[in-house]
Design a protein around this ligand. Sequence first.
Ligand code: PLP
Length: 358
Amino acid sequence: MITALNNVAAMASYELADLGDPNAISLAQNESAFPISPRALSAGAEALHLATLYPDPDWRDLRHAISKVHDIPMDQVLCGAGSMELIGCLIRAFCGQGDEVLGTEFGYLFVATATQQAGASYVQAKEPDLRVDIDCLIKDVSDRTKIVFVCNPGNPTGTRVPNAEIVRLRAALPETVLLIVDQAYGEFDDQDHQPILDMVRDGRTVMLRTFSKAYGLASARAGWGYFPSDIATETRKLMNPNNISNVSQAMATAAMVDQDHMQSVVNRTAAIRTRFITRLQNAGMDVLESHTNFVLIRYPDSTAAKGADSVLRSSGIILRGMGGYGLPDCLRVTVGSSDVMTKVADILISLKETQNDK
Ligand SMILES: Cc1ncc(COP(=O)(O)O)c(C=O)c1O
């Protein structure tokens, strides 16, 4: 009999969103609601003829653009087939059997999967009130902790902690522990990110970003990270060479250069998000603050959450149930276009009013 490694046989596959009918409107995967930068679109079209060739394995144009915009050294940037690839390679490079990755109670679920892939153990620090709590993280560091993984802002909560708190976490961690700060939604978070960049420069911390959210390039599969040089060298050994296609590299490069477009997407997303949250809160619903392109709604129980989900599904709109995150009483809604969000709010508020009347 052919058997997989014990840790592989024991693990479940990573659970993706149930998107239902292909014609439905998906608000389930935190994709951007807005068109891609026109500059990225034409750069992608111009790169199509390069499909005969392998892509640049060193992502030179892309890294150059990232390094100029973020004012960081180009040779400390790695680009992944989505930031998921970087998460997986980082964890496999630094953790194995007997080691622990310390994340948070409602942290991004792929980190748990990547930890299992590495044969290591995933430990989750409490997130009281759906917020990362640095003291809870510090308390859960053990002799076996190799990586501490913090997603800021958080997915699926949408909440954030001040970067000064992350700096405090770093200061409390042993030198042998790698801190990964996943900022997949960092562009939507208006706080100063310089303290995180400074921590990377000082070593022992990695910052991850993606083109899948604010840049609207989820299908391009492009993410990047700012790494201390020694951490980058080891991580890169586990990455697939030629991991990002020519077209994707060209699109991501142009999207990074077009900061005005990205900023306008962030501003428009925030405006729709604020209107949506305010309407729901005024109707007496429990909605968390958000520093991302999605919103988490809390229902009194899982039956109410499932009920709202299925009413929206029957109207052709798909949200993300949160049972996998241990939050079966919550629904996560990606911020869609203004019209779609008005429709979602109308449906959810009228459902609530019907229930109030009962
Ligand atoms: C917190 C977080 N990190 C990382 C990712 C992975 O993004 P990608 O692989 O598309 O870059 C996601 C995707 O939803 C996410 O929510």
